[in-house]
Design a protein. Structure first.
Length: 286
């Protein structure tokens, strides 16, 4: 049985087992504090990786918290129903995650000095990763074939809405939001050390020596794959069926080549160039 009840909010569908109209409205009216760190991503773009990196940076490479507290408790998703209680109980620095598109958070973030980290990933890899995730996540609809899923992805009718709108919305805030860092999954993959240095200076917590090497070790794909606090193996099989795939699936860049047909590449590239012509940033994969 699947749990794919959807909650539709501002024309976007959200998994209904963790989102309610109240929890989504709570996010829209959230009072950000200047010392908050906000991780904003479209699903499958490196969210969990960034949650781990920020946790490690804030703990100067000490993995204690990363290894004992699940990611959703130390970096809760603002829009999910359990987060209000958690966030209100947190004293001091908070790490807040969100998959919401920028327009829904625009008024809450207006004038805020919270530090925002936006992570984007090559949308072809996002589509493949999201497709596999739909097979294991019982709270998402059965994806059927990749071809069918790709149509929904390109049309923006998947959960959390359109990848294009998400990326265009958040990147339109370069120079508008007081504190925002744009980084891609690809940059992190190709140069983890340089990325960690950028992220830690942005968070005003620059890492040195062992702090940096320890952080890098603990947020590597193999270390995270084996860490139950981030690999989602704690989630019961009624919600995530681990026999249908792994959350920490491959962790590669350019793996889409093993899935896309020539025809799908053609379709994707056509939609991409049309949709992205007014995007203010260019990405490494372009
Ligand atoms: S979610 O469901 O939105 O929170 O998913 P998200 O965490 O954004 O994305 C999951 C993909 O990120 C990969 N991942 C990593 N890649 C490299 N290094 C590290 N440390 C890492 N941690 C997670 C994960 O494997 C998913 O990508 P795919 O391509 O499916 O393997």
């Amino acid at each position: 049985a699947r749990l794919d009840v959807t909650e539709t909010f501002h024309h976007i569908s959200f998994p209904g087992h963790i989102h309610t109209q109240d929890s989504l409205n709570y996010a829209l009216h959230f009072q950000f504090q200047d010392r908050d760190t906000v991780i904003a991503t479209y699903p499958k773009s490196g969210t969990t990786w960034m949650q781990e990196i920020v946790t490690l940076v804030k703990n100067r490479g000490d993995p204690q918290l990363s290894k004992t507290v699940p990611n959703w408790a130390r970096a809760p998703w603002l829009e999910q129903h359990y987060s209000a209680k958690l966030l209100e109980a947190t004293q001091g620095h908070r790490i807040i995650t969100t998959h919401l598109p920028y327009n829904l958070l625009a008024s809450a973030l207006q004038g805020s000095k919270a530090k925002v980290i936006y992570v984007a990933r090559n949308p072809k890899d996002v589509a493949v990763s999201y497709y596999h995730f739909h097979k294991m996540a019982k709270f998402l609809p059965e994806p059927n074939s990749f071809d069918e899923f790709l149509d929904s992805f390109l049309e923006g009718s998947v959960s959390y809405g359109s990848w294009f709108d998400h990326v265009k919305g958040w990147t339109s805030q370069a120079g508008v939001l007081a504190n925002v860092l744009y980084i891609s999954y690809e940059e992190m993959w190709l140069d983890l050390q340089g990325s960690m240095e950028r992220i830690s200076s942005f968070l005003q917590c620059p890492l040195v020596g062992e702090e940096l090497t320890n952080s890098m070790r603990h947020c590597s794909f193999s270390s995270m794959r084996d860490n139950a606090m981030v690999n989602y193996t704690l989630i019961p099989k009624e919600i995530m069926d681990h026999s249908k795939g792994k959350f920490m699936r491959k962790g590669k860049i350019g793996d889409w080549r093993n899935t896309f047909t020539e025809e799908q590449i053609g379709l994707f590239d056509t939609v991409y160039s049309y949709q992205m012509q007014d995007c203010p940033l260019t990405f490494m994969w372009e």
